[in-house]
Design a protein around this ligand. Structure first.
Ligand SMILES: [Zn+2]
Length: 184
């Protein structure tokens, strides 16, 4: 799946959204990669609570690095969000939980629907996207999740931390940007 169809699905998700919290989080996911750039592959926004965004990261060094950049990130991110955030908290704890979940015996669809960044089933609006009558909201979610997964699987793995890494980083440092920071 290419970026264009991914954007179409994100557009469909926009139609389905209901609560301000869902809207806020979807907007965040859309803006996150734009603001973080290559760093985004090493992070996973989890949830927002009282205007604090919680983000899992692949390493403690990255948590520290991004915590220092908190004001710069908020400055770029907040204009893109319906409600501005006060703070972002980075932690490696949830990252390992997420890695374990993906190795579990659950089916792929359940695994993704249970993921903290997915909208809980009970909150999912029972409407069909107006752009494609053959797709119910669940199929749309699964396709979107699949697209995101395929996209990161297509990336080469960093030889040091095994994270999906943009080829440019490996070409430049032989490892990902995060491991390059750690080594310097
Ligand atoms: Zn690495």
């Amino acid at each position: 799946m290419d970026f264009e169809s991914l954007n179409q699905i994100l557009g469909a998700l926009k139609i389905m959204e209901r609560s301000p919290q869902q809207k806020q989080f979807q907007k965040l996911i859309e803006s996150w990669e734009q603001v973080l750039g290559v760093m985004a592959t090493h992070t996973q926004p989890l949830y927002i609570q009282r205007r604090v965004l919680y983000v899992a990261t692949s390493s403690a060094a990255l948590s520290q690095e991004l915590s220092f950049k908190n004001p710069q990130i908020l400055q770029k991110l907040n204009p893109l969000l319906p409600t501005p955030l006060d703070k972002i908290r980075f932690s490696t704890a949830q990252w390992h939980t997420n890695q374990l979940q993906s190795q579990s015996t659950q089916t792929k669809s359940n695994e993704w629907l249970d993921h903290p960044s997915m909208i809980p089933k009970s909150q999912k609006p029972p409407i069909v996207s107006s752009t494609d009558k053959n797709q119910n909201p669940q199929t749309t979610f699964q396709n979107w999740a699949k697209a995101v997964k395929i996209r990161s699987q297509a990336l080469p793995l960093c030889p040091q931390c095994q994270c999906p890494t943009p080829p440019g980083e490996i070409k430049r440092w032989s490892v990902c940007a995060i491991c390059a920071i750690k080594q310097s």
